[in-house]
Design a protein around this ligand. Structure first.
Ligand code: HH2
Length: 258
């Protein structure tokens, strides 16, 4: 899953694809490089971000979705039901909701009605404050229990279980150590029986592990290591910014592992 952020302030690529023409070109390039789907988002959820208005989110993503409609498989990264609805009308196949259907009460119905795929992600707290002292009894089982509950909720709302994937939400209310523990213990999430998505690409925990306590991003080399490790442990969807390099790394990993 390639990431296209149509935002001025995303943590690693803010401003790069703010013009529709650039975002469309980036999405097409990612598919050429081997992405199976491109995740288009109009709101940064980096630590400390305050969110954008519905109008602004629509203004950012609609021209991009219109430009991609029909020939690029699209996921819409939103927690807003109206953005999801418009994106699905324009051909998006998957709704990637970082609030796991808690952000907007209408999203579940929109996804169910369209017969779309859904990604449920775990987040403790909300972006503005989520990195201020995240607490868990046991991070892997707490995240799994949350995702199991959201899965049940989504299915009760009419979204077939076969259309749902789950994501521990790397960096969303987790310390560096908790992020790595979630990957180390991915089996706890796999036990829920749904495909697992991992988005470790460029995240600050990578830069911090490498020795910079104030890092806000991590380098490509570290992102590739995390993607390969996640794949090896059973993740089947890797959400990444650097598609070509990740596809190359995963191709080699697969040749060795299979
Ligand atoms: N991470 C980000 C955004 N959406 N969705 C899922 N399912 N999993 C993730 O790990 C995830 C996500 C944050 O990364 P990015 O989109 O690059 O940054 P920003 O939120 O600053 O736009």
């Amino acid at each position: 899953m390639g990431v296209v952020n149509v935002t001025p302030d995303s943590f690693s690529d803010g401003g790069l694809n703010l013009r529709p023409k650039d975002a469309i070109a980036a999405a097409r390039r990612m598919v050429e490089e081997g992405a199976a789907i491109v995740d288009v988002g109009g709101e940064s959820t980096r630590p400390g971000s305050e969110g954008v208005s519905l109008d602004e989110e629509l203004r950012r993503v609609l021209p991009v979705l219109e430009g991609l409609a029909g020939d690029v498989p699209v996921s819409i990264d939103t927690s807003n039901a109206e953005v999801a609805r418009r994106a699905l009308e324009l051909g998006a196949e998957l709704v990637n909701d970082v609030t796991a259907l808690r952000g907007d009460a209408a999203t579940a119905e929109v996804v169910a009605g369209a017969g779309a795929y859904l990604c449920l992600m775990h987040m403790q707290g909300e972006p503005l404050t989520m990195q201020a002292g995240p607490r868990y009894e046991d991070v892997a089982s707490d995240v799994a229990a949350f995702l199991a509950e959201r899965l049940e909720f989504a299915v009760a709302a009419g979204i077939p279980e076969e259309r749902i994937c789950i994501d521990p939400g790397i960096g969303f209310g987790k310390t560096v150590e908790q992020n790595f523990e979630l990957l180390r213990r991915l089996d706890v999430l796999l036990a829920l029986g749904r495909p697992v998505v991992i988005g470790f690409s460029r995240k600050s925990s990578l830069g911090r592990l490498l020795g910079d306590p104030d890092a806000t991003t991590g380098p490509l080399s570290a992102s590739l290591a995390a993607a390969v490790a996640a794949y090896e442990r059973g993740a089947t969807i890797l959400r990444v910014h650097d598609v070509r390099e990740t596809v190359e790394a995963l191709t080699v990993a697969r040749a060795i592992l299979s």
